[in-house]
Design a protein around this ligand. Sequence first.
Ligand SMILES: [Fe+2]
Length: 322
Amino acid sequence: MTTYQDKGPKPEGGKFLSFDHIVFWVGNAKQAASHYCARFGFEPIAYKGLETGSRDYAAHVVKQNKIYFMFVSAYEPTEVELNSHIAKHGDGVKDVAFAVEDLDTIVKKAHERGAKIVRDIWEEKDEFGSVRMAIVQTFGDTTHTFVDRSNYTGVFLPGFRRTPTKDVLLRKLPPTKLDFVDHVVGNQPDMEMEDIAKWYEKTLMFHRFWSVDDSQLHTDYSALRSIVMTNWDETVKMPINEPAPGKKRSQIKEYVDYYGGAGVQHIALNTQDIISAVCIITAIHYHFYGNVRLVFIAMTRRRMAFYKQMFWSRADSLKSPS
Ligand SMILES: [Fe+2]
């Protein structure tokens, strides 16, 4: 495991604040949104569809504390972009949106440094104010939307209507205590991790926060390499993974094979109370992979080892010259 002290040059302008929301392209947006509410304690907050004048797509937004997930489906079977994405990948994450300050500088710099601009800066307005956004291409078919919502007070984004929260089931569920998106992992095919990490350095001026190679992160059968990319203020973390040789197929290669290319493998959600969060989510019948008790023990050991290593590396750097 390597931790990095050098953030590189500070960006001259533009600031990434946090994850804004995650967009899933799915076969049935309402049903997918309902799953995250009933099984993970999210609350439906906003909707866009035929009733609001959106004739091509239905979008359902769910929220829990600072986490916003948007599920989108196309109405027409002849719609090409979203339907072909689902045909290739199945339901999956299409966009990871960042809340930003000084959108103009971020887009200008990204464009100058070679980022593909999927949609240049545009503005959406309604009675609650205006939001400015732009979209760039990242790994695989995935995109990043940059969102400047500093002049907006609405429930989600212009064009969305607040969802009436009349679901009697949801009102009976205890809070699951998930707070914010901690990190979003992008899995890459063999030997493509380094190029994607460099893309974040070059176009978004992110830096390397942490990395591991396959000698450090492996089981008896599966291995991977990972570089965690983050913004200057280290408020947004995007681990970039690739497979490494093992006795069996790496979990990263398995993901890439089944997803049909690079994509978002998992979204980590921060909680201040993991015991309660897992107990409540388990109680409402969500299946956790593996033995939850063993996972807790392994996590605690791993975290203690991480802090121990961090302590000694900081202590070494503070040694006075002899
Ligand atoms: Fe993770």
